[in-house]
Design a protein around this ligand. Structure first.
Ligand SMILES: [Zn+2]
Length: 245
C-alpha cells in the first residue's frame, strides 16, 4: 500500500468533516472520519470535538488496533469512541482508504421508521449506492457495532446503521463523502415523493438499461445490483410502460 501524503490527508479530512457539519449531516460533536495513510497507520478525528471548527492539528494518528502512535501536534487528544467501526471496515475491505460516519437526518429517519431506502427512483443513486443495507441496531461506541456492520460492509460501500447513522467508505475521503451526499439527497427525494402520493420506481428494463450503459458515467455496476431488481424496488408493471407510449 502506497503511503499517502499526511499533510494533504489532514487538509482533506478536515474539509470533509466541516462540510458534513455545514450540510447538517452531523450536529454538536457527532460524526467521525478517518483516512488510511498506509498499511498500519490511520489519520482520524478526536473524540468530543465539533467538526464545524475542527483543525488539522486536532487529528489523531493511530495504528490498525486503534492505539495512538503519533501526535504530531502533541495535542493529547484521544480518537473517537466509534473508531472500532472504522477499523472493522479497513479489516473487512483492505482496499478501502477512507471512512466517513455521519447522522444524515432524512436517511436516518427511514431507519427510525423501519423503512428501506432501497428503491430505484433516481439513476444517480441507483448506480452510486446500489442496494443500501441496514445493519441491525447496536449500542454506539461498543463492540456490538463492528459486529453489526460486517455483512453490509462486505456487500456495499454504504451501510445504514439502524436508529443511528450512515457509514460510507471508498478509495478517497472525497468519494466516501460523495456517497454520503448522494445517500441523503436520495433519501430526501424519496421522502418528498412519498409525501406527494408515493414514490413510483423505474421500470425493471429501464434499470437494466442503466446498468448496461453505466461505463459512460465512468462507474461500475454496483456489486449488489441484482438485489436492486427484486421485489418492489423496481416496477414490474409492463402494461403501465406501454400505456405511456
Ligand atoms: Zn454515530
Amino acid at each position: 500500500m502506497n503511503r499517502l501524503d499526511e499533510d494533504q490527508a489532514r487538509k482533506d479530512l478536515v474539509a470533509v468533516a466541516r462540510l458534513c457539519y455545514q450540510r447538517d449531516y452531523i450536529c454538536g460533536t457527532e460524526g467521525n472520519f478517518s483516512i488510511r495513510l498506509e498499511d498500519d497507520l490511520l489519520l482520524t478525528t478526536p473524540r468530543g470535538i465539533c467538526k464545524g471548527s475542527l483543525e488539522e492539528s486536532d487529528l489523531v494518528v493511530t495504528n490498525l488496533n486503534g492505539e495512538v502512535v503519533s501526535q504530531r501536534a502533541k495535542n493529547g487528544k484521544l480518537p473517537s469512541t466509534e473508531l472500532a467501526m472504522h477499523l472493522a471496515v479497513y479489516r473487512l475491505r483492505p482496499e478501502i482508504r477512507a471512512v466517513v460516519h455521519a447522522h444524515p437526518t432524512t436517511a436516518v429517519a427511514f431507519t427510525v421508521a423501519g423503512k428501506s431506502l432501497t428503491k430505484c427512483i433516481l439513476p444517480e443513486s441507483i448506480l452510486m449506492l446500489g442496494e443500501i443495507p441496514v445493519a441491525p441496531y447496536a449500542t454506539p461506541s461498543t463492540e456490538e457495532v463492528p459486529e453489526s456492520i460486517e455483512a453490509g460492509v462486505r456487500s456495499s460501500n454504504v451501510v445504514m446503521l439502524d436508529h443511528h447513522g450512515a457509514l460510507c467508505y471508498g478509495d478517497t475521503i472525497w468519494n466516501a463523502f460523495y456517497l454520503l451526499e448522494t445517500l441523503e439527497h436520495h433519501a430526501k427525494t424519496f421522502f418528498m415523493a412519498e409525501m406527494l402520493g408515493g414514490a413510483k420506481p423505474l421500470q425493471k428494463h429501464s434499470v437494466e438499461k442503466l446498468f448496461a450503459i453505466c461505463s459512460i458515467y465512468g462507474i461500475k455496476v454496483p456489486a449488489n445490483a441484482d438485489e436492486l431488481l427484486k421485489g418492489d424496488r423496481v416496477s414490474h408493471d409492463i402494461t403501465e410502460s406501454k400505456s405511456k407510449k
